[in-house]
Design a binder for this molecule. Structure first.
Ligand code: GRF
Length: 188
């Protein structure tokens, strides 16, 4: 049986597209939820015939957990088994992380545990690293620090810029994420 996957997004959804385009033999994306109205990723989901919903976080103000309780209810109603964060720009509270422990994954554009957080490409260049990459990891309470399920690496070239690195890493992300999600989905 394929695992029912929800993908959470906040923007363009190129990783969502890669997850949709991959051979979904171990998982099936049955729901996409955006916390920002009108983002491109929602169109990608609909074009693929997948239910696409918006749950705007703004009306919840500072009450992150109230937003997450409604999100959780949506996911439970639809019998979701695994959640993939793909450019989802909300830090999740312990409530949500613990409710989905072991079933919640994220992709991050660095070779974790190096460079958690934002602006990874600029920081990698500033530090003079010779390689860079991306990681798929389980989500735990501490941001970008759960068990690493897979990584892809590439060398840094002379003259690389943050934007250029972002573009090259994205190609690696699109290959890595479907593979790691499928491996997780195959676990009992
Ligand atoms: C990716 O770089 C991903 O690693 C990060 O956010 C970006 C999302 O891009 N978490 P997209 O929306 O999947 O195109």
């Amino acid at each position: 049986m394929k695992k029912r996957v929800a993908v959470l997004i906040s923007g363009r959804g190129s990783n969502l597209q890669a997850l949709l385009d991959a051979e979904q033999d171990a998982y099936e994306i049955t729901l996409v939820v955006a916390n920002v109205p009108g983002v491109e990723g929602l169109d990608r989901a609909r074009a693929a015939g997948v239910e696409a919903l918006t749950l705007d976080h703004k009306p919840y103000g500072k009450n992150r957990e109230a937003f997450e309780r409604d999100l959780d209810a949506l996911l439970v109603q639809r019998n979701i088994e695994l959640i993939a964060l793909a450019g989802f720009m909300r830090v999740l509270t312990p409530f949500f992380v613990n409710a989905w422990k072991g079933r919640l994954v994220n992709i991050h554009p660095s070779l974790l545990p190096k460079y958690p957080g934002v602006n990874t490409h600029a920081r990698v260049l500033e530090a003079g690293e010779s390689e860079h990459g991306c990681s798929v990891h389980l989500v735990v309470e501490e941001v970008d620090s759960g068990e690493i399920l897979g990584q892809a690496k590439m060398p840094i070239r002379a003259g690389d810029t943050p934007d250029g690195l972002a573009e090259r890493i994205l190609l690696l992300e699109h290959e890595l994420y479907p593979r790691c999600l499928a491996e997780l989905a195959r676990l009992p």
